[in-house]
Design a protein around this ligand. Structure first.
Ligand code: ADP
Ligand code: MG
Length: 478
C-alpha cells in the first residue's frame, strides 16, 4: 500500500550565523557558561532602546545566497512577527516576511549515488528567541543568551521525496556553511534546526496533499526517522478513509513517533508589519562584488573534481569533502604527484583517522608536502604495502620529516632484489602443510592465497608478491 504513495517534503531550516555580536545589538554572540551573560538592554527590550543591523550578518547572508546561485534583492526590509512568549521580551521577532533578501536558487547534493537538486524558495534574515528552561527549577527559568542571535532561515520548495534525501541534504548543507565560514553547522549543538513539512500523495497525482509540519528537528537521523514515520501515519489515515488535517507536530526520538503540538495557526495571527525602527537595506554592485570574492568551490564541486579528474571512488571523495581543509590538502598533494589513488588511500585510511584519534588538525603538518615521501615509499615497490602501513607508518607519523625509507631499512623491511631467500621458506611451508598441498593438487587452487600468506608472514613482509606468486606456483607443481 505504501508503494502506491509518494512522500513530499519541504524544509524550513534555521542556521545560526557566526558573528561577533548579535543581529541587532552589541551583545556578544558567543557561547556563555553563565545564563543571561549576553543579555543587554536591547536584547531585554528595555523601553527606548533601538535595534541596529549587524553588517556581518548581512555579509554572510548574501554569501550563502550567492553560493546557491540565488537572486539577491537590491532592496529589502525587516518585519515584525508578533507572538507572546516569556523568552521573547519584545513581544515580536524581527524577521523578513514580504521582502526577503534572497529568492530562488538551488542546492545540489549526492543522495544514494545520484545528484539531486532542490529549489530554494527564499532565504531570510532574522533573530533567534531566548530559551525557556522547564526542568531545572520548580518555576520556569529564562535564559536570554540566545535571544537576538543572528539566523538565516532557508525555505525550500517541496522537492524532497524521502527522509533519506533530507538527511543527505542536511549533510551537504552542513559542509557548505562550514566551507563558507558562516556557521559551525553543528546540528546536534543547535546551530542548525529544521522544520519538516510532510505530505503524501498517490503516485501520478499532480496536486500536493495537505501537509503537517514537524517542528525543530535537530539531527539528520531524527529528520529521516520523523519523516518516514509521519509519511506512514498519513498513508494509513488516507487508506482508512480519513483526511489529513494541517497540524504542527513534535517528533519524539525516544518513542520514534510524531505528536500533535497545536493546530497550525494561520499566518494572520502573527500580525506582520514592516519594522519601523530599521531602515530598508539597499545593496549595490560594489557590495555584491566584494562578497563574491569570498565564494569558494562548494563541497559538491570538489566531489566531482575528485571523482572525475582524479578518478577517486565515490566513498573516498565523500570522505575527503567532509572538511574543506582535507580537500585542500588532497589537491595540494595531487598537484605535486600523480599517485592520485595512493594519496587518497593514505589520507583516508591513515592520516585523517590518526588526526581524529589524537584530536589534532592537519595544520600540525608544518610542511604537508613531506606526506608525499610516504606515498613514494608505497609506490616504489621496495617494501610491501601492508608492511609500510603496519610497521613504518606508526614510527614515521611521529615526525614526518624522517625519511620513511630509512625507517623501513632500520626495521629490515626492504625487499632485496634477490628473492632467493624465499625458496627455503616456501619449502618449509610446504612441509608443514602437506594436507593442504594434497588438496591444492586435487584442484583446490584457491589455497594459493593461504600458502602465500604463510610465506609473507614468515618473511616479515619482505617478499615481493609477484616473485613469491610465481615461485609458489612452481613449487606446488603447477
Ligand atoms: P507557511 O509559511 O505556512 O509555513 P509555506 O507555503 O511558506 O507555508 O511553506 C512552508 C514550507 O512547507 C516550504 O518548505 C514548502 O516547501 C513546504 N510545503 C508547502 N506545501 C507542502 C506540501 N503540500 N507538502 C510538503 N511540503 C510542503
Ligand atoms: Mg512555516
Amino acid at each position: 500500500m505504501e508503494t502506491n504513495y509518494e512522500t513530499i517534503v519541504g524544509l524550513e531550516i534555521h542556521v545560526q550565523i557566526l558573528t561577533h555580536s548579535k543581529a541587532f545589538s552589541m551583545d556578544g554572540n558567543s557561547f556563555a557558561n553563565q545564563a543571561n551573560a549576553n543579555a543587554g538592554v536591547i536584547t531585554l527590550a528595555h523601553p527606548g532602546t533601538l535595534p541596529k543591523m549587524n553588517i556581518d550578518h548581512l555579509h554572510k547572508a548574501v554569501l550563502l545566497g550567492m553560493a546557491f546561485g540565488s537572486n539577491i534583492s537590491k532592496k529589502h526590509f525587516f518585519d515584525r512577527k508578533h507572538y507572546f512568549y516569556p523568552d521573547l521580551p519584545k513581544g515580536y521577532q524581527i524577521t523578513q516576511d514580504k521582502m526577503p533578501y534572497c529568492t530562488d536558487g538551488t542546492i545540489r547534493f549526492i543522495s544514494e549515488g545520484i545528484e539531486k537538486s532542490i529549489r530554494i524558495h527564499h532565504i531570510h534574515m532574522e533573530e533567534d528567541a531566548g530559551k525557556s528552561i522547564h526542568d531545572q527549577h520548580a518555576s520556569t527559568l529564562v535564559d536570554f543568551n540566545r535571544a537576538g542571535v543572528p539566523l538565516l532561515e532557508i525555505v525550500t520548495e517541496p522537492d524532497f521525496r524521502s527522509g533519506q534525501e533530507v538527511s543527505d541534504f542536511l549533510a551537504e548543507l552542513r559542509k557548505t556553511v562550514q566551507y563558507l565560514g558562516i556557521s559551525d553547522g553543528n546540528m546536534e549543538e543547535g546551530s542548525f534546526r529544521c522544520d519538516c513539512n510532510v505530505s503524501v500523495r498517490k503516485k501520478g497525482v499532480q496536486t500536493l496533499g495537505e501537509r503537517n509540519e514537524i517542528k525543530n528537528v535537530n539531527s539528520r537521523r531524527f529528520a529521516k526517522n520523523a519523516i518516514d514515520y509521519e509519511a506512514k501515519r498519513q498513508i494509513a489515515i488516507i487508506e482508512n478513509g480519513g483526511i489529513i488535517q494541517k497540524t504542527t507536530l513534535l517528533y519524539d526520538p525516544v518513542l520514534n513517533e510524531t505528536r500533535s503540538m497545536r493546530k497550525k495557526e494561520s499566518e494572520n495571527d502573527y500580525r506582520y508589519f514592516p519594522e519601523p525602527d530599521l531602515p530598508p537595506v539597499l545593496i549595490d554592485e560594489i557590495f555584491l562584488k566584494k562578497i563574491a570574492q569570498k565564494l569558494v568551490a562548494l563541497p559538491i564541486d570538489r566531489y566531482y573534481k575528485l571523482v572525475n579528474d582524479y578518478k577517486l571512488s565515490s566513498a573516498d571523495a565523500i570522505f575527503l569533502t567532509e572538511e574543506k581543509a582535507w580537500t585542500e590538502l588532497y589537491f595540494l598533494l595531487a598537484s605535486h604527484s600523480d599517485q592520485y589513488k595512493l594519496i587518497a588511500e593514505l589520507l583516508v585510511q591513515k592520516i585523517l583517522p590518526y588526526l581524529n584519534l589524537i584530536k589534532k588538525e592537519i595544520s600540525i603538518f608544518k610542511d604537508p608536502l613531506l606526506l608525499l615521501r610516504f606515498v613514494e615509499l608505497l609506490q616504489n615497490g621496495k617494501i610491501a604495502k601492508s608492511a609500510a602501513y603496519q610497521h613504518v607508518f606508526p614510527v614515521w607519523i611521529d615526525d614526518i620529516s624522517q625519511n620513511p625509507e630509512d625507517i623501513a631499512q632500520n626495521l629490515e623491511l626492504i625487499q632485496s632484489d634477490n628473492q632467493d631467500f624465499l625458496d627455503a621458506i616456501i619449502a618449509q611451508v610446504i612441509i608443514a602443510n602437506q594436507d593442504k598441498v594434497t588438496a591444492y593438487k586435487k584442484g583446490k587452487t584457491g589455497l594459493l592465497g593461504f600458502f602465500m600468506g604463510q610465506v609473507m608472514q614468515i618473511s616479515g613482509g619482505k617478499a615481493d608478491p609477484n616473485t613469491l606468486k610465481s615461485k609458489m606456483e612452481a613449487a606446488l607443481g603447477k
